[in-house]
Each structure stands twice: as structure tokens, then as C-alpha cells.
Design a protein around this ligand. Structure first.
Ligand SMILES: NC(=O)c1ccc[n+]([C@@H]2O[C@H](COP(=O)([O-])OP(=O)(O)OC[C@H]3O[C@@H](n4cnc5c(N)ncnc54)[C@H](OP(=O)(O)O)[C@@H]3O)[C@@H](O)[C@H]2O)c1
Length: 265
């Protein structure tokens, strides 16, 4: 499959190799394809062109381009841009190149010029919603934004099962992303659908807590796991979700949930 990644920073360069390894074609993108990325105290990342050359030397089908070229190239899109600049990037990507596609939005709208990070969109709106409302023909699926770049494609790096949140307006798009990308390519085993794209408010605001915990834990490798009371777990809560149906295996797990084991959606 052809995958277009908007962005070429830490996340783009972390998730692209996983998909290249699965024999997909991936195009990452930037404003300047020759500019090495200065990550301050965290060092630097190769420019898009240097990164592409390295992948090509390993016979992987990796490409670099402008935001518009990556959006045009991708049958599936990822938004891996700085969340406070994602709207500019999408405008540069071009409405026609986004039309009808699924876009996994993992960006968080933060600004880091002060000591305490500030959300540039929050409370009554979210980046996920703004993208969806601006591009109604794009199927925005918000997920992966609350785990570190390395964990996105390697959830097994943490001991035990942990949870990934997802939301979006298109039930079909979420189902496709869960089955193919999250479970199939990346190996997630517990994905919780929190409903329409308005759920992105909570998912993005959670990053305030994530960043605080990161300072305390001194590692990016952590995530949450929801635990339910031992008795029948919330039947009503299940009805309130977007209700993604899974295969037989998942149904079995849902039945197990009714008997007191944690519930998965
Ligand atoms: N890093 C993580 O572990 C992690 C985890 C979860 C979610 N996220 C989210 O994923 C997104 C990407 O994170 P990242 O760590 O990969 O960030 P990053 O390394 O700083 O990369 C940011 C990307 O945004 C692009 N961008 C476009 N216009 C920009 C502008 N005006 N100013 C700054 N950047 C601009 C950059 O393009 P150029 O290449 O042209 O500079 C770059 O490709 C963010 O929204 C972040 O909140 C990150």
C-alpha cells in the first residue's frame, strides 16, 4: 500500500520503517528536504533526502516530497506534524489530495515556547475536530497521539497489555484502521473506541498529564491500562461507544468481559 506521511520528524522517522519493513511504500514530507532536523538537547534527525537515501540503500521503497506530494501519493495518510502547525500543513497538502482518504491523526496541538507547554486548541475544540470540520471529505481517525513514537509501532515494549484510544466519525474508517494498521501492522491488542471525533478533545488534553508523568517517570515508555470492577463491567458504557464490531476472537473476549475480565471493544 502507498502511505503518505505529513511530516518527517521523530514520529514520521519512527513509524515509517515499520511500514517499509512490511513492504509498503512510504513517502515522508517536509518544508525543506535537505534540512537536517535540529532537536536541541535531543540531538538531530537526518534530512528527508538523507533518510530516503539510507532506506534506499536497504532496498526499501521510501520516498521524500513536499506535503502536497505526500498527500497525493498516499492511499492512507498520517498526520505527523507539529499540532500547532497541522492546519497550515494540510492547506499546503491541498484539499484535492486529501479527498476521500483515511488520515490517522496522531498530532497534539501544543506550543512549547514557555516553561509550561500550552495547548493551541482545546476545551471547546480539538485539532482532530478542526481537521475533520475543515476537510469533511477526509476520514480523520485520531489515535496513537497518547503514546511515544517508539511505542506506536512497538506496543509489546511494555510488559503486559495496555490500552490505545481511538475516535473518529467514520465507523468504517476506524474499523479498517484498527484491524489493519493498529492490530495488523503495529500489534496493538487492546483498542478502545471512544466514539466520534469530539473524543479528540480528551485525547489531546491528556497530553498535559502525559508530559507531567514523563518528567516524573524519566522515560517515554509508559501507557495506561483501564481496570474494571470485578463484577459485570459497564454494559451501558459499551452501548455508548461507537460499537466497533470485531471478529469471533474479540466477541469471545467481550463475553469474557461480562464474566468479570476487563472489557475490550
Ligand atoms: N514524539 C513523540 O513521541 C510523539 C508521540 C505522540 C504524538 N506526537 C505528536 O506527533 C507530532 C509530530 O511529533 P514529532 O516529535 O515527530 O515532531 P517533530 O520532530 O518536531 O516534527 C514536526 C513535523 O512538523 C512539521 N512542521 C510543518 N510546519 C511546521 C512549523 N511551522 N513548525 C514546526 N514544524 C512544522 C515539521 O516539518 P519540517 O520537517 O519541515 O520541519 C516536522 O516534519 C506532534 O504533533 C506531536 O505532538 C509525538
Amino acid at each position: 500500500m502507498k502511505i503518505g506521511i505529513l511530516g518527517s520528524g521523530e514520529v514520521a522517522q519512527a513509524i515509517a520503517p515499520k511500514m517499509l519493513g512490511l513492504e509498503h511504500e512510504v513517502m515522508i514530507s517536509a518544508r525543506d528536504l535537505d534540512r537536517e532536523k535540529d532537536k536541541g538537547e535531543w540531538g538531530s534527525l537526518p534530512s528527508v533526502n538523507a533518510w530516503v537515501r539510507k532506506q534506499a540503500s536497504e532496498h526499501l521503497r521510501a520516498y521524500g516530497g513536499s506535503f502536497a506530494e505526500a498527500a497525493r501519493f498516499g492511499e492512507l495518510l498520517f498526520n505527523c506534524t507539529s499540532g500547532s502547525h497541522s492546519m497550515e500543513v494540510l492547506e499546503a497538502a491541498g484539499r484535492d489530495n486529501l479527498k476521500g482518504k483515511i488520515m490517522i491523526d496522531l498530532a497534539n496541538p501544543f506550543e512549547f515556547s514557555n516553561d509550561v507547554p500550552v495547548m493551541t486548541i482545546s476545551n471547546t475544540e480539538s485539532l482532530g475536530e478542526r481537521i475533520q470540520n475543515t476537510y469533511p471529505d477526509l476520514k480523520v481517525v485520531k489515535t496513537l497521539n497518547h503514546v511515544s513514537a517508539e511505542l506506536m509501532t512497538n506496543p509489546q515494549l511494555l510488559a503486559g497489555e495496555h490500552d490505545l484510544l481511538i475516535c473518529g466519525n467514520s465507523v468504517d474508517a476506524k474499523k479498517w484502521v484498527i484491524e489493519n494498521v493498529l492490530e495488523g501492522w503495529f500489534g496493538w491488542t487492546s483498542v478502545i473506541d471512544i466514539g466520534t471525533i469530539t473524543g479528540a478533545r480528551a485525547m489531546e488534553m491528556y497530553l498535559m498529564l502525559w508530559m507531567r508523568l514523563w518528567e516524573i517517570f524519566k522515560t517515554e515508555k509508559f501507557n495506561f491500562k483501564y481496570i474494571f470492577e470485578a463484577k459485570a463491567p459497564a454494559k451501558n458504557a459499551a452501548k455508548k461507544t461507537a460499537g466497533i464490531k470485531k471478529g469471533k476472537k474479540a466477541s469471545k473476549k467481550r463475553r469474557a468481559g461480562k464474566q468479570g475480565v476487563r472489557r475490550k471493544i
